[in-house]
Design a protein around this ligand. Structure first.
Ligand SMILES: Nc1ncnc2c1ncn2[C@@H]1O[C@H](COP(=O)(O)OP(=O)(O)O)[C@@H](O)[C@H]1O
Ligand SMILES: [Mg+2]
Length: 383
């Protein structure tokens, strides 16, 4: 008989609570983002034309990196060597000259390749380019132009909020010029909500006309799928309504979905069962809470270091009172006292602006709803 222990290692490593480096076992939702990207790549390949830039932004842990990896992998599977997907994380490439050099040399001889990501994807993480000798630069525009003469190019910039203003500006302007020339180039920028202020500061006002995707939490249905689908091939099931109850506990926050998945697997393997019951959930919960607590303790220190505990506590109380529904911008400004504090909280992903339905007021949502409760508890003594 096929004991669950045979699958032990596979199950224990199935869910991936992490930083998007390891793909989630099932990437739930994100349909409109996938569709937009697919159409962009289609246009590049079939019409040999560029496509409108794509901007993805959202608080940490919502799945930006995972989504981009998934999109890149799928395109690479479909079009193989005939498309170039370049991936850059600009921890060091912050100046136009460095980016220009990187675009020219990436994946070519003397390339600053550090790590090739999964599958056949021709994408590289370029963290280490800072130490390379920088060649004379004649601009990002020319670099892109040269790069996409052979094959269509998709340039993905993850953590793009770290680009300096000038580099962001040059990159956006270059992408626009290149597209006007009908060259097959597609730019994807992804980052925390801080990316929006980086772009606003860059003198390239047309960025607002890029296709912008705010990446929020998943829907309840999508969260349930993210928990159930990976287990199908293992013949493991949730008892009735249990997956929904776990999904609610995750707040539909992708990082917590993976964390819950992993802790549930640890319980199952430990008990040698193949049905996830409420008892399994209760037994896994203390482990989950311990990990979340550690993470929140870090977030608390971040807020403390930036002297943001007071406004964070005020906002937390208001969100709890409002059952975590969005709060209008002006009200949040008032709660925080200083506009500067709101900006900083937004930068940290503690709160972020959500696009609301037409006719509704713009508002802020908590980055992670349960963090509000933690901050409220921890700051109980503050007036
Ligand atoms: N659509 C999704 N469905 C299921 N899990 C996801 C999804 N997107 C992300 N995850 C998981 O959430 C966590 C955070 O994802 P990540 O891509 O690192 O987010 P970000 O780049 O926004 O910080 C990872 O553990 C990842 O496996
Ligand atoms: Mg990321």
């Amino acid at each position: 008989m096929n004991s669950i222990l045979d699958k032990k290692s596979e199950l224990l490593t199935l869910f991936t609570p992490g930083d998007g480096g390891d793909a989630p076992p099932f990437l739930a939702g994100r349909e409109s983002e996938k569709q937009f990207f697919q159409l962009a790549v289609y246009t590049l390949m079939k019409k040999h034309q560029g496509y409108q830039n794509m901007i993805v932004y959202g608080p940490r842990g919502n799945g930006k990196t995972s989504l981009l990896h998934n999109l890149a992998d799928n395109s690479s599977k479909e079009y193989g060597e005939s498309i170039e997907i370049l991936w850059v994380t600009p921890s060091e490439i912050r100046t136009p000259e460095k980016l220009d050099h990187w675009i020219r040399s990436e994946g070519r001889e003397a390339a600053p390749v550090v790590q090739e990501i999964t599958g056949k994807v021709k994408a590289f993480i370029a963290e280490a380019t800072a130490n390379l000798k920088i060649q004379r630069s004649d601009g990002i525009k020319t670099a892109i132009q040269e790069r996409c003469t052979a094959n269509p190019v998709v340039l993905i910039v993850d953590e793009a909020q770290r680009l300096d203003e000038k580099t962001a500006e040059d990159l956006l302007n270059a992408s626009q010029t290149v597209r006007w020339k009908n060259l097959p180039f597609f730019l994807v920028l992804s980052g925390t909500p801080g990316l929006m202020s980086t772009l606003s500061q860059a003198e390239a006002t047309f960025w607002e006309r890029c296709e912008i995707f705010p990446l929020g939490r998943l829907s309840l249905q999508e969260s349930v799928e993210a928990l159930i689908k990976p287990l199908e091939s293992f013949d493991i099931q949730f008892a009735e309504n249990v997956a929904e109850r776990v999904a609610i506990k995750t707040h539909c926050y992708p990082f917590f979905i993976q964390l819950w998945g992993k802790c549930l697997m640890e319980e199952l393997v430990h008990k040698e069962q193949h049905i996830i019951s409420m008892e399994t959930v209760f037994d896994a919960e203390s482990k989950v809470n311990m990990r979340i607590h550690q993470m929140y303790a870090k977030r608390f220190s971040e807020l403390d270091d930036q002297e943001l505990l007071h406004p964070a506590a005020e906002i937390a109380r208001a969100f709890i009172y409002n059952e975590n529904r969005p709060i209008p911008i002006l009200e949040v400004n008032k709660l925080a006292g200083k506009k500067e504090s709101v900006k900083k909280l937004e930068h940290l992903g503690y709160i972020w602006r959500v696009m609301r339905a037409e006719g509704e007021q713009l508002g802020y949502e908590p980055g992670i709803p349960s963090l509000m409760g933690f901050i409220k508890e921890q700051t109980a003594g503050l007036s």
